[in-house]
Design a protein around this ligand. Structure first.
Ligand SMILES: Cc1cc2nc3c(=O)[nH]c(=O)nc-3n(C[C@H](O)[C@H](O)[C@H](O)COP(=O)(O)OP(=O)(O)OC[C@H]3O[C@@H](n4cnc5c(N)ncnc54)[C@H](O)[C@@H]3O)c2cc1C
Length: 398
């Protein structure tokens, strides 16, 4: 298999790089480099810049605003996006609910939702997981009972990322208890402002509010908000999972973070010399760099197969998710090491509140919250254990 880029692909990379360099607002870039949390307006602002360029939703069919790129071009776009420190698009709008509505929505649903999702005029959240139904998602219990032209929803979702900022939820609900558990699930769009929806924060290890628990008490949802057929929600949800495969390993993100670690390690002293010259530190860097290179090549092999029309369900993508998560975590760990004592986020807040001065370099304070939050990347989107199971079954035949 030839993994070299063609001259057209190299030219495409240059075009994307140039666009990012000229159009990414410097304040957003700075926040990204420093590992700071982006405000909702930052994400909206960047998405609208992409939308103007026609690059807001590369994976959607062209008739709904997609770019028509193949998997290789999408891979290049994502790589360059990380290299530039551009924010990721809100996956709930762009790679999850959007493609589902393109494929299964009614003309009215497409007309109402797609332009708004693309331009971030509305913000989606995902209501799949529940207490006791995460890896075993098909066991979900949130009930939707049909009464005339409405469903009445009762139940609870858990880990609703951005639920507190979202306008709409794309959720999985149980519409039947007959037969196999997968066969009684439906995919519904729920207005988060509906009476009976209650969102409560779940504060994560990084001491931040990303995610929530969401309760539904007799929430009325019009049947016109059903996507596809009733009880066919499981296949619809699986369709969306195949979407982000080319970028799932986030190789570009880990490469950018590693480059930053390298640069900062030159500036930080350990035992009277730059940390970058410490043999132990160099050994760790080299190991991660080697693994990242191997992952990049695996990623390119999967992408090349996808570009030739291979299945979106390629089980090698589980290797990408698994290894990609580990390396994202390893790079945040290295960043923590570079930050040294300045990584102690709580001490930062405490000392800065007392002295009114910034403690340590501006990039160091975010290293520990980012380290803690990245523990979750091997859990969401299918935990590492689940990926191991898929690899064992599909690749090794166990
Ligand atoms: C920060 C964060 C954000 C999230 N955002 C969202 C969101 O926006 N929307 C949403 O719907 N969900 C979201 N999730 C939920 C996420 O998808 C689930 O946490 C994940 O699927 C795991 O499910 P669980 O938490 O119920 O753990 P469980 O499934 O109970 O797993 C517990 C442990 O058992 C292991 N395990 C489970 N089954 C097996 C098995 N068959 N073989 C071997 N090991 C197994 C798991 O790997 C894990 O280590 C988020 C989670 C986190 C942490």
């Amino acid at each position: 298999m030839d993994l070299r880029f063609t001259s057209e692909e190299i030219a495409f990379r240059a075009e994307v790089r140039d666009f990012f360099e000229s159009n990414l607002p410097p304040d957003i870039r700075r926040k990204q480099v420093l590992g700071q949390r982006l405000a909702k307006e930052d994400i909206v602002n960047w998405q609208r810049i992409l939308n103007k360029k026609g690059w807001a939703c590369p994976l959607w069919p062209v008739e709904y605003g997609g770019t028509g790129w193949d998997a290789v071009r999408y891979f290049i776009f994502k790589e360059e996006s990380y290299r530039a420190y551009a924010p990721d698009a809100l996956s709930h709008n762009i790679t999850q609910s959007g493609p589902v509505i393109c494929a299964f929505g009614t003309p009215e649903q497409k007309e109402f939702f797609l332009p708004k999702l693309r331009n971030m005029d509305i913000w989606m959240c995902q209501g799949f997981s529940e207490p006791g139904s995460g890896s075993d998602l098909a066991s979900l219990k949130t009930r939707a009972v049909r009464e005339g032209d409405h469903y009445i929803i009762n139940g609870q979702k858990l880990w609703t990322t951005n639920g507190h900022r979202a306008d709409w939820m794309y959720g999985l609900v149980r519409t039947s208890t007959d037969g196999k558990k997968q066969a009684g699930i439906s995919y519904l769009l729920i207005d988060m402002k509906s009476p009976g929806v209650q969102v409560r924060p779940v504060v994560t290890l990084d001491n931040d509010h990303h995610t929530n628990e969401t309760f539904f008490e007799n929430v009325k949802v019009p049947v016109s908000n059903l996507i596809g057929e009733e009880n066919k929600g499981w296949s619809i949800a699986k369709f969306a999972l195949g979407n982000e495969r080319a970028g799932i390993a986030k190789v570009g993100l880990s490469k950018a973070r590693l480059a930053l670690v390298k640069a900062l390690a030159q500036r930080v002293e350990a035992d009277g010399r730059p940390l970058a010259e410490s043999p132990r530190f160099r050994e760790k860097m080299a190991l991660i760099e080697t693994e990242l290179k191997a992952l990049e090549i695996t990623n390119m092999m999967v992408v090349a197969a996808m570009a030739k029309g291979g299945s979106k369900q390629d089980p090698r993508t589980s290797v990408l998710k698994l290894k990609g998560s580990e390396l994202q975590q390893a790079t945040t760990e290295l960043m923590l090491e570079v930050a040294g004592p300045h990584a102690m986020a709580n001490q930062h807040e405490f000392l800065e509140a007392r002295t009114g001065e910034t403690v340590g370099p501006d990039w160091a304070g975010t290293s520990s919250p980012n380290y803690y939050f990245n523990r979750a990347v091997s859990i969401f989107g299918g935990s590492s254990e689940i990926q191991h199971n898929i690899v064992a079954k599909a690749v090794l035949g166990l």
